[in-house]
Ligand binder design. Sequence first.
Ligand code: NAD
Length: 330
Amino acid sequence: MSKKVLIAGGGGFIAGELARVHLERGNQVVVADIKPTNQWYQLHEQAVNHSVNLEDKSACYSLVEGCDEVYNLACNMGGMGFIENNKSLCMLSVLINTHMLMAAKDCGAEKYFYSSSACVYPDYRQTETDVVALKESDAYPAMPEDGYGWEKLFSERLCKNFEEEFGYASKVFRFHNVYGPNGTWDGGREKAPAAMCRKVIEAIESGNHEIEIWGDGEQTRSFMYIDDCITGIDKLMESNFTDPLNCGRSELVTINELLNIVEKIAGVELKRNYNLNAPQGVRGRNSDNELIKSTLGWEPEIDLATGMEKTYHWIKEQYNRRKAGEHVAI
Ligand code: NAD
């Protein structure tokens, strides 16, 4: 049966892909994003597309009215370079989820999805490269990433409070570093995998075979490919689980190892210049997947080399199109 779904933040990376998948299934899709539509990574002609500020309560109510499902992935965010320098802007996204959740409850949307983040986990559990993977319960006692992490944790709590006091339950994923085609790759908001691909392409293009790495390159992370992210959202929406749940790969790599993968794809070896003063985030982080495996019977499965190959080639194509004078979303 066809459903009507609202995809908030659909001019962005994850929600743009989610909108594509829902359209393929024959659902009625409404997409909303603050950016003008010529800056969206994916603009789907078959969807009803709105360029609108979702911090605005009345905008949320008018878009949610009549929708069966609401997916809130709208958020003012970016990689470490952005979130470490724009804490207030990150915090203000609290208005989006607050108004969207109120609208979903009041308008009777059957299901509500909120995209939280691994940045809710406390700094004090992420001080070593040799990490203990983070379990959902590790979020407390709370000491999340300043700005962005607090906004995510507050919004998660709000979702839970709505369930406990109003009987309106949400589905909440804590995403761990999602990457893939059709996401931010330049301009200051890009994250490590996309930044790494672009810098390697720039080094090859310029003939100056050097690359700047933020930090000493030994910080550890896990990265989840976009297709796994979308599969996970589907599975969560079909489940009865209503507590925040990790959604991330458990394949841990250092930033140096991530660069090794990109260099292999590109067929180069670059001289690495380590910038110890650049934003680096926590020292190490991985996703503990016991809970997602036991609740959804699944965990993200696409390996990093496979996902990075597709990401690298997509970014190279965007880079070349921009170089040729075409307008491309960055
Ligand atoms: P993205 O930046 O590509 O997409 C977010 C979109 O929200 C953007 O297109 C932006 O324009 C839009 N937006 C911002 N403020 C808005 C407003 N006031 N009104 C309407 N739209 C607004 O980010 P993404 O990577 O697709 O992330 C989607 C969600 O997943 C976000 O909530 C993010 O915090 C969360 N998340 C992402 C990652 C990741 O690695 N990509 C990791 C953890 C959590």
